[in-house]
Design a protein around this ligand. Structure first.
Ligand SMILES: NC(=O)c1ccc[n+]([C@@H]2O[C@H](COP(=O)([O-])OP(=O)(O)OC[C@H]3O[C@@H](n4cnc5c(N)ncnc54)[C@H](OP(=O)(O)O)[C@@H]3O)[C@@H](O)[C@H]2O)c1
Length: 268
């Protein structure tokens, strides 16, 4: 079940911005490698990917990493080229890079708005732009992008750039899935809710609450019908299913991994 033996995975953002615990991209890379895939990753800095690479290689897997800026077409093109030179194909593409900046339209600067579009949305366009022609030629491929429930509803903090771009990712994936369905390429989205990852720690600084880290975590747990945040592995398991052959008849869909948040009208 869910074997990825021999498959080549191109993944972005497989490091993590903060040490300790597991980021979503790192967990996806490790889980896919565990299922037999070879990982080729692009990340902003090599330093933050060391623990991912180590975990994969210590378990006997293969993981190459190239310094990549997913907002730059040239950089993404170089990543795709390097992967093709090494492996000659790309079976699976995972778009994980993303970042939230606070603000509503009045308070957010134009620069921050533009940078939200670049990192969250242009990045997905660019990888698809460079990888989909390869998958089309192969007659097969699976793409998964990481969105957020902030793209489905307001989740308690003003982050309009993030919300808008994460919503756009879902529609981008859906529309592209229909175009590529006859070509043997599937595109789906995983939609994490409130997850406890190293990245979440960085949010405390950007969305400060008076009580600091502990209060912020308590507030996030309290928002979830299941009573606590999920973790990176919860998201990784959904991604694994979507890229596996077991999901061969699923395209243009999303799996929401949120402990029930988006099924609820909110907690008292
Ligand atoms: N954690 C949550 O609660 C949550 C909830 C919903 C959705 N998500 C989504 O999950 C995804 C990321 O989660 P995560 O835990 O893996 O985050 P993370 O720990 O912040 O990891 C993001 C990775 O992306 C890399 N990166 C940042 N900018 C880049 C760029 N321009 N080019 C290439 N790489 C870049 C970072 O590299 P550096 O370390 O070098 O900066 C880091 O390795 C995002 O799309 C996020 O929006 C998270």
């Amino acid at each position: 079940m869910l074997s990825l033996e021999g498959k080549i995975v191109l993944i972005t953002g497989l490091g993590q911005t903060q040490p300790g615990g597991w980021g979503i991209g790192a967990a996806i890379a490790v889980l896919l490698a565990r299922q037999g895939a070879k990982i080729f990753g692009g990340n902003r800095t090599i330093a933050s990917t060391i623990s991912t690479k180590k975990a994969i290689e210590e378990a006997g897997g293969v993981c190459d990493i190239l310094e990549t800026d997913v907002t730059s077409s040239k950089s993404v093109e170089a990543l795709v080229k390097a992967c093709m030179e090494k492996h000659g194909r790309i079976d699976i593409l995972v778009n994980n890079v993303g970042r939230s900046e606070p603000g509503c339209p009045a308070t957010m600067s134009e620069e921050v708005w533009d940078s939200q579009i670049e990192i969250n949305l242009r990045s997905v366009f660019l990888t698809c732009h460079h990888v989909l022609p390869i998958m089309e030629k192969q007659g097969a491929g699976a793409v998964v992008s990481v969105a957020s429930i902030a793209g489905l509803r307001y989740i308690g903090k003003p982050q309009v750039g993030y919300s808008a771009t994460k919503a756009a990712i879902m529609q981008f994936m859906k529309a592209t899935a229909v175009i590529y369905a006859p070509k043997g390429v599937r595109l789906n989205t995983v939609v994490p809710g409130l997850m406890d990852t190293p990245y979440t720690k960085s949010l405390v600084g950007r969305y400060a609450t008076d009580g600091g880290h502990e209060e912020y975590m308590k507030m996030r747990n309290a928002q979830v019908p299941m009573g606590s945040m999920g973790d990176a592995w919860d998201v990784a398991h959904a991604a694994l299913f979507l890229v596996s052959d077991e999901a061969k008849y699923i395209t243009g869909q999303k799996i929401v991994v949120d402990g029930g948040i988006t099924s609820s009208t909110g907690r008292a």
